[in-house]
Ligand binder design. Sequence first.
Ligand code: ADP
Ligand code: MG
Length: 343
Amino acid sequence: MSQRITQLDDVTVRQIAAGEVVERPASVVKELVENSLDADANRIDVTVESGGTDRIAVSDDGIGMSEADLRAAVREHTTSKIEDAADLDAGVTTLGFRGEALHTIGAVSRVTITSKPRDGEAGRGTELRLAGGEVESVGPAGCPEGTTVEVADLFYNTPARRKYLKTTTTEFSHVNTVVTRYALANPDVAVSLTHDGREVFATTGRGDLRSALLSVYGREVAESMIRADGESGAVAVSGYVSDPETTRSTREYMSTYVNGRYVSSPVVREAVLSAYGGQLSAERYPFAVLFVEVPPSEVDVNVHPRKMECRWSDESAVKATVETAVEEALLDHGLVRSSAPRG
Ligand code: ADP
Ligand code: MG
């Protein structure tokens, strides 16, 4: 009898797993920026070439890694963020915890990491090079405190996947979306984005959302945005929305953060749109950056880690709170007509 079923070799298993985490350059950028934020960075510089398909570098001034930690970090299922399932149950406060990003990114690209711990000896950093998941070299490096991860030739060893990459413009727009998201969620961190040698934006890290909006979206958009705040029961919302004239043709500029974490929330987007009460032109969408706070027990943000969806226990309460907050902000600024009595 012939046998049809065989065990996949390690390289194949690794490439399949990598495909789940790393879809395109923007997914690499997301993982690296999250790592920098988890490392307590005050400054994060993201540099990409050709939309990230040729090179991605994320540099931070975070806590850094010793040589031993750096060697461990690139192995499979290694993390400093949780120790066991009990920690998971207690609630994770970091953006990462799965311990798979560096390892899987390494499996499908050429990675160079230089790092130096904050409390490290002067001048003593470490450089580690990986290609296709294998450590090629580890040695001393003169580098500042913090970490720089450089990812070159994404998908060089998985040609089928490389073929699915879109144009530089499309890939860069995904990268831009991701970096913008984290820059707005963390106005106290100075975040910069550079594409093919041109600085796209740089936030100051001064800590206020309005100045981050100014850096990311430019003066015209930032000046069109007004504060929207509200609270009802267990739901609180705060942030900014644009006037009904300052719009774009996609919903992409309507960002929602739930308890500080970015989510794609159709419920919140619908609530925002309905607050404009017909003042928006057809197929036009406002800018909105809204932070929704609910007790962690009232929302499940882990419905799908990559799509960043969430499930509310009381969807209508969220919708009502957001809609009222945005509507009142627009009314206060005379930007929409009152349609129905509020109460
Ligand atoms: P996770 O973030 O889920 O822990 P990663 O594979 O992304 O897994 O990273 C593995 C580990 O490497 C992290 O837990 C952290 O200890 C360390 N690490 C990664 N990036 C950085 C960074 N920029 N600064 C300091 N430590 C880092
Ligand atoms: Mg991570």
